[in-house]
Design a binder for this molecule. Structure first.
Ligand SMILES: Nc1ncnc2c1ncn2[C@@H]1O[C@H](COP(=O)(O)OP(=O)(O)OP(=O)(O)O)[C@@H](O)[C@H]1O
Ligand SMILES: [Mg+2]
Length: 235
């Protein structure tokens, strides 16, 4: 298996770590069969990619063999944000290559320098219109293969309010989690996003309320996480 080194790693804050522990516990109460989740949001910048990455790290630290799939093929931030470099120096093969039949899944899943954490990045190129790639048979077949190889899989997707990708990806997963930036969207928008997910047959597990109390934080302006369990996800 190929490997990448993530160089820009900082330890999660105490609050982040606690929030991720709560999220992992709550997801586990959703059922043992929930091992593949899509992370989405109403709009951009809610914190999907951060939540996805921190979930991967938390699940991995808990001893689960965990895979993060970067499915934001239009606007991935993974490599730039975390300074990820392929160790063999060869081409960055990823999800876009696999879904378009130009690469093999075995070359696109990378072991990372975090124990138990693996990533499937987008690859070396952005894709202008990736929607058909998620609708094809290769995507669901790929997920079936990966589910057998990993204990837990997290898919970072684009915002529901912008492109349809997440609504296509989510029904292929065991559950979907909505990341909500506190005070960034209103009740109606969140409800619409939830209903959109339900209409396509996704199992909505709940939401993560992100950026809570940022203005009062003692941690240098870092945000706090607050996660809500399904039973509190009522409107
Ligand atoms: N809990 C948090 N703590 C610190 N910074 C955060 C937090 N949540 C979000 N941010 C910041 O907000 C910005 C957006 O976060 P992120 O990229 O995770 O959002 P996103 O929902 O994936 O965005 P996009 O829709 O563009 O994919 C980033 O600059 C990130 O550093
Ligand atoms: Mg993102």
């Amino acid at each position: 298996m190929r490997s990448i080194t993530i160089s820009g790693l900082k330890d999660p804050s105490y609050e982040m770590n606690e929030a991720m522990n709560v999220l992992r516990t709550n997801v586990s109460y959703s059922g043992e069969s929930v091992k593949l989740v899509a992370i989405t949001s109403v709009d951009e910048n809610a914190g999907k990619s951060i939540v996805s990455f921190e979930m991967m790290r938390n699940y991995a630290n808990a001893g689960l063999k965990t895979l993060l799939i970067d499915a934001d093929l239009r606007k991935s931030v993974f490599s730039a944000r975390y300074g990820a470099v392929v160790d063999d120096g060869l081409q960055f093969i990823g999800l876009a290559d696999v879904l378009s039949g130009k690469g093999e899944i075995n070359d696109a899943v990378y072991k990372t320098n975090i124990v138990n954490a693996y990533v499937l990045p987008i690859g070396s190129n952005y894709v202008l219109n990736p929607t058909p790639l998620f609708s094809g048979k290769i995507f669901s077949a790929m997920l079936d293969v990966l589910k057998k190889a990993f204990d837990f899989i997290i898919i970072d997707t684009p915002p529901l309010g912008r492109v349809i990708d997440a609504a296509i990806i989510a029904p292929n997963c065991n559950g979907a989690i909505l990341v909500i930036g506190a005070n960034e969207v209103d009740y109606r928008q969140v409800n619409d996003a939830k209903n959109q997910l339900l209409r396509v047959g996704a199992n909505v597990l709940g939401c993560v309320l992100n950026k809570v109390g940022a203005e009062n934080s003692r941690y240098g302006g870092k945000y706090k996480y607050y996660s809500r369990y399904k039973s509190e996800y009522r409107y």
